[in-house]
Ligand binder design. Sequence first.
Ligand SMILES: Cc1cc2nc3c(=O)[nH]c(=O)nc-3n(C[C@H](O)[C@H](O)[C@H](O)COP(=O)(O)O)c2cc1C
Length: 440
Amino acid sequence: MTRKKKAHLLGFMQNGFNSHSTGMWRHPRDKVNWDYGDYAYWQHIARVLERGLFDALFIADQLAPYSTFQGSSDASVKYAVQFPCNEPSTIVPAVATATSRLGIGVTLSTAFEHPYSMSRRLSSLDYQSGGRIAWNIVSSFSHGEWNAYGVDGRERSDRYERLEEYMEVCYKLWRSWDDDAIIADKRAGIYADPAKIHEVEHEGRFFRCKGRHFVPPSPQRQPVLWQAGSSDRGRDFAAKHAEAVFAVLPTLDRMKEYSGDLEKRAVGRFGRAPNSVKRIFGLQTVVGESRAEAQEKFERIKECIPLEGALAWISGHFGLDFSRYSLDEYVSNIEVPGIQGLFESIVYAKNGAPVTVREAALIYAQGMGMPVAVGTASDIVDQMETYLDEGGADGFMLATTFTPGCYEEFVDWVVPELQRRDRFRKNYSGTTLRHHLQEY
Ligand SMILES: Cc1cc2nc3c(=O)[nH]c(=O)nc-3n(C[C@H](O)[C@H](O)[C@H](O)COP(=O)(O)O)c2cc1C
């Protein structure tokens, strides 16, 4: 008998007022007596996820408000479209001290930061959290971000060459300390052996670096590398570097295509062992004691979405001002310069049937184009099992619908059903995030 594939689970949020369900803050059950700017909110969510034995809390980010819609960030501000948003790594200490096993994925952009400070920051976080950090490697895609940093953001064909070199510098720094470099001999007064902490010397096309890595090897030595690139080059980058990927695929067919393609690249092109890149797919869940109750909850969640806010979000993510399009135009006729992988999530949202701009905005605003599982715990687990067994999913990134309640409900209702079917761990078996990701 073949062994049942078990799921990895992550909570998907942003360190801001409103995560990935536009208008979520209007929901009567969102953040009741909680302040997103208060560590207590994050610590509560982290404890809920750890109680549910999740692999990690995953924090998405962008560096500035979206400003593509009507050429301004007004609509993002007005409707709280991923606005306002705190810097993602600032909650890591709070989450790490409230928990002992839960991993923490942070999205940090390579666009405006030197790899020396990036690798130092990530080593510090991994060290201080006992080896629980993942880095979601992004390179910033939106006009708003480029404008905020005063950099010309025209499409760079050398974006991935730069990213390759960025990683090269990070790897050199992370690997520059020998395991036995620290002596800490009080009597001799010797802390470390300089011959075992190698100075990095890098002279490349994009970066120069000469110096020693400032932080000792952390428990994972380098953070778990996470990626969500979706273009041809992006998929290659993920297949080469990533230990886990995050993809949003609205249908089973899209999941199959993506899983097969990524695996072919990782094994065939980059010589990696089969299944060494974990495929974590976005999923939104709405659970009820009955199907009718779940459906009613889902309708209530959808009522929160403001159409203009939804248009502002797709404009930001896809790099195109959707105020210039008719709401009834089909999105399949439109070419976008922004996040191609996420755009496909709405083009294929209706299983190949044409999707209008209005529908696309509303579907996307619901949960970034993720499939939605609405029903009893048993219905939801049925759907997850199909994605695991037929879609190639190794786990799920769970988008919020109202916080912290949606995770409380998932942990109380859905996790036990996953465990009952032997689809999820019954306890943590290690301490690091990499251990839990590779445990099955
Ligand atoms: C599911 C998914 C989630 C993403 N999350 C983020 C994010 O939180 N922050 C960010 O700056 N980019 C994010 N991106 C953008 C990608 O990391 C990448 O920069 C973008 O897709 C452009 O690369 P590409 O041309 O290879 O697709 C995400 C992309 C996808 C597909």
